[in-house]
Design a protein around this ligand. Structure first.
Ligand SMILES: [Fe+2]
Ligand SMILES: [Fe+2]
Length: 166
């Protein structure tokens, strides 16, 4: 099996996109089914975002400084997704805004995945050799083992909470 970093990340994307479609096809009244799907989406996104933030993005940024702007934008897109994930995580599935929030998360992450796959991953493949991508892939697999599976407080939310209670 290939441990190529881009191949591994695209496998995650595929699994996440499948869950997005499952959510959309679940129907209006399938609140229990949708809650389960959203729970799984949150788990996969938490792991995936973590390994990109901790391994993929910093490695690529160091090796290919020309991609800095793409990577900074991607960090911001992760941040938006983190906030939505955190809010969904704390929400009852029958809440009025649950479906709407899940839909906005899906729209955002779909766009983000497209940018990774179509815009800057190809530049990473062109700029790094097979060996480097293989090494990063191995690091991704290691990080995956200890990655958080559910959201802890993202720093921005933590700051908001601290500001409110202090
Ligand atoms: Fe990403
Ligand atoms: Fe990704």
């Amino acid at each position: 099996m290939s441990n190529d970093a881009i191949v591994l990340l695209k496998e995650d994307h595929k699994e996440i996109r499948k869950l997005f479609t499952d959510f959309e096809n679940a129907g209006e009244d399938a609140s229990k089914t949708k809650a389960k799907i959203v729970h799984r989406i949150i788990e996969l996104l938490t792991v995936h975002t973590y390994i990109e933030n901790e391994v993929m993005y910093p490695r690529v940024r160091a090796l290919l400084p020309d991609l800095e702007d793409d990577i900074l934008e991607s960090y911001e897109e992760h941040h938006v997704a983190d906030v939505l994930v955190m809010e969904l995580y704390g929400m009852e599935p029958d809440a009025e805004r649950f479906d709407a929030k899940a839909t906005v998360l899906i729209e955002n992450v779909r766009h983000h995945i497209e940018e990774e796959e179509d815009e800057w991953f190809p530049k990473v493949r062109a700029g790094l050799g097979r060996k480097a991508l293989q090494e990063i892939g191995e690091e991704l697999l290691v990080a995956k083992k200890t990655a958080p599976r559910e959201p802890s407080q993202p720093s921005a939310l933590k700051k908001t909470i601290d500001a409110v209670i202090s």
